[in-house]
Design a protein around this ligand. Structure first.
Ligand code: PXP
Length: 237
């Protein structure tokens, strides 16, 4: 059964809508853990639009399951990650104008910039994952630069319309999973996964899913602890 990392960025987004103290993403991390989350995921963006440095420091102190930091390969963010030492860093592309992370990091094109970042963070004992599109060349490049894991962008599957497109997207994920396995990588998945679309990917040999928007949306109505429990139950079946 795949592990569940709960992305709590959206809780901080609501807080930042009023630049106040609530809702506190640290409380969300506690509730996620009480609901059975295997990990807590956050993205410290260069523009600090949701999670900020105070949140990152407190998460490091209070999260007792796997702490996964999504981050750009920007020099200042890499320095923060190196000091914070989360259990895992997931390297993601970042554009200021995007609503959320759109698509994967181009490891093939950026391998010269990514390799030293991976080496630097690995030296501190941090597991390194790269968020990439489910393309064998990208998986291979992530292995070449020394990543422990890749997180396959599941947005292509989540946004696919019609049976043919869905099947094609699942086939791509399956091939990328195979390439990852052959290269000794742990393979994670994330983006756009919901209570309604998780089943086909939950049946694949993913090690970890990172899910944010759907869980936080359900939490508004049932509470975060239950929302996490419900998603965990879907990973079991
Ligand atoms: N994984 C990564 C690398 C992401 O950037 C995001 C979005 O922040 C997620 C997973 C979660 O995506 P969603 O909010 O669509 O579940």
């Amino acid at each position: 059964m795949a592990q569940l990392g709960v992305n709590i960025d959206h809780v901080a987004t609501v807080r930042q809508a009023r630049r106040t103290f609530e809702p506190d993403p640290i409380w969300a991390a506690v509730e996620a853990q009480l609901g059975g989350a295997d990990g807590v995921t956050f993205h410290l963006r260069e523009d600090r639009r949701h999670i900020n440095d105070r949140d990152a420091a407190l998460l490091k102190e209070t999260v007792h399951v796997k702490l996964n930091m999504e981050m750009a390969i920007d020099r200042r963010i890499v320095a923060i990650a190196g000091n914070l030492c989360p259990d895992q860093c997931t390297l993601v592309p970042e554009r200021r104008e995007e609503l959320t992370t759109e698509g994967g990091l181009d490891v093939v094109r950026l391998r010269r910039r990514i390799a030293p970042v991976v080496e630097n963070l690995r030296r501190r004992g941090i597991e390194i994952s790269a968020f990439i599109e489910p393309i064998p060349d990208q998986v291979q490049a992530a292995a070449d630069v020394g990543c422990h894991a890749v997180e396959l962008w599941t947005g292509g599957y989540a946004h696919a319309k019609g049976e043919k497109a869905v099947c094609r997207a699942l086939r791509q994920l399956s091939e990328a999973l195979e390439t990852g396995g052959r290269n000794g990588l742990l393979v994670h998945g994330g983006h756009g996964l919901t209570y309604d679309n998780i089943a086909p990917v939950a049946a694949m040999p993913f090690v970890e899913f990172n899910i944010g928007h759907s869980i936080i949306s359900r939490a508004i109505f049932v509470g975060l602890r239950d929302a996490v429990r419900q998603m965990k139950a879907l990973l079991l079946t």
